[in-house]
Design a protein around this ligand. Structure first.
Ligand code: AMP
Ligand code: MG
Length: 335
């Protein structure tokens, strides 16, 4: 090494180190986030590492995808699903056909624990109306008489067609998951790779947060101030069904929105169920089904389902999980 070079070697090395440190410590650009109220919950879309000038457009397209699903598949007056139920069947648009087809497949796979024809029971219990006397045994039996996914005839088409066989569809346990998948697809199509779409705790994650895993809290089913666990989910979907989401208390009993199609009453085996799967439509259907089945049968179903893992809080607050849950949703360190 020449004397000249030797003279500069040390300062150059320091400079290089400072430059490297500066680059590695460069503050992350803040994420682009937008939150809207839809599907009866707060939905936020967060993008990371994207050109911020593009972010509003990309986020807008994701919300359009979510809103399109809600417009088609909510059971409120005037929607296509509402009209389909009134007519007892008819032609389905491709998105609704996909969700109805998946619903019937999950109904079959879960032995009817997940049943998209629970609409008459949901109306009978009317949990959203607030505290009121629960329905009588006779009323429950009458509503159950109009429930049964096996009576639905689905022809994939195109165009897809359904005959409801005297039942009515409620896609509330699966459409949000489908909407999340559509939002994720819209974001990917727009070039985004690192994002999280969170619909009231049900979410899809993709990529990372500047090289670090996304970190999310699983709601504690009895303490809204607390997380049950903070996890770093692998890319995919994490969906929770809980008896704390929509409920009222009546004479010491919790009356909530997840109904057991075998009894016609709110399912009693769990407080909450969280499911990871690569698609949110599957995680959503499974979370509801496992909730209805209860911890033992529910965890067995998850263990037997490839690509799905889950965590259950049982009726007394005990937490149980599938053998692989920690692999797809490891607990975050340092919390
Ligand atoms: P989730 O929060 O995904 O568990 O969905 C709950 C919603 O699904 C309820 O508000 C009802 O609209 C509907 N639902 C309730 N019980 C069932 C069931 N056993 N199978 C399918 N959908 C259900
Ligand atoms: Mg669900």
């Amino acid at each position: 090494m020449s004397r000249q070079l030797r003279r500069w070697a040390a300062p150059l090395a320091v400079l290089a180190l400072v430059a490297w440190y500066g680059v590695s410590r460069r503050p992350e650009p803040p994420p682009a986030v937008e939150t809207r109220f839809l599907m009866d919950t707060l939905v936020s879309v967060t993008l990371w590492g994207t050109d911020r000038a593009d972010a509003p457009g990309r986020i807008g397209v994701a919300f359009e995808a979510l809103e399109a699903v809600d417009r088609a598949m909510a059971r409120k007056e005037g929607t296509p699903l509402w009209a389909l139920n009134r007519a007892g069947g008819g032609i389905l648009d491709p998105a609704t056909a996909e969700v109805v087809s998946a619903s019937l497949a999950w109904a079959r796979r879960t032995g009817g624990a997940f049943d998209p024809t629970v609409a008459p029971l949901i109306d009978l219990w009317d949990v959203l109306a607030g505290p009121h006397p629960p329905p009588s045994g006779g009323q429950i039996a009458a509503a159950l008489g109009r429930v049964g996914w096996e009576r639905v005839r689905f022809a994939p088409g195109p165009p897809a067609r359904v005959d409801l066989g005297g039942t009515a569809l409620d896609l509330g346990a699966i459409a949000k998951g489908y909407a999340l998948d559509r939002a994720a697809a819209a974001l990917r199509a727009g070039g985004a790779a690192d994002f999280i779409v969170n619909a009231g705790g049900d979410l899809v994650v993709a990529g990372s947060k500047g090289g670090r895993p996304w970190r999310v809290g699983i709601q504690h089913p009895r303490d809204p101030e607390r997380f049950l666990r903070v996890v770093e989910p692998r890319p995919g979907a994490l969906v929770t069904s809980g008896d704390y989401e929509r409920f009222y208390e009546w004479e010491g009993e919790r009356v909530h929105h997840i109904l057991d199609p075998r009894t016609g009453r709110p399912a009693g085996g769990c407080r909450s169920v969280t499911v990871w799967a690569s698609r949110a439509i599957d995680a959503d259907a499974l979370a509801t089904a496992v909730f209805v089945l209860g911890p033992d049968a529910g965890l067995a179903l998850l263990e037997a389902t490839a690509g799905a893992e889950g965590l259950v809080v049982d009726a007394v607050g005990r937490v149980r999980e599938t053998a692989g849950f920690g692999r797809v949703a490891p607990g975050a360190a340092g919390r």
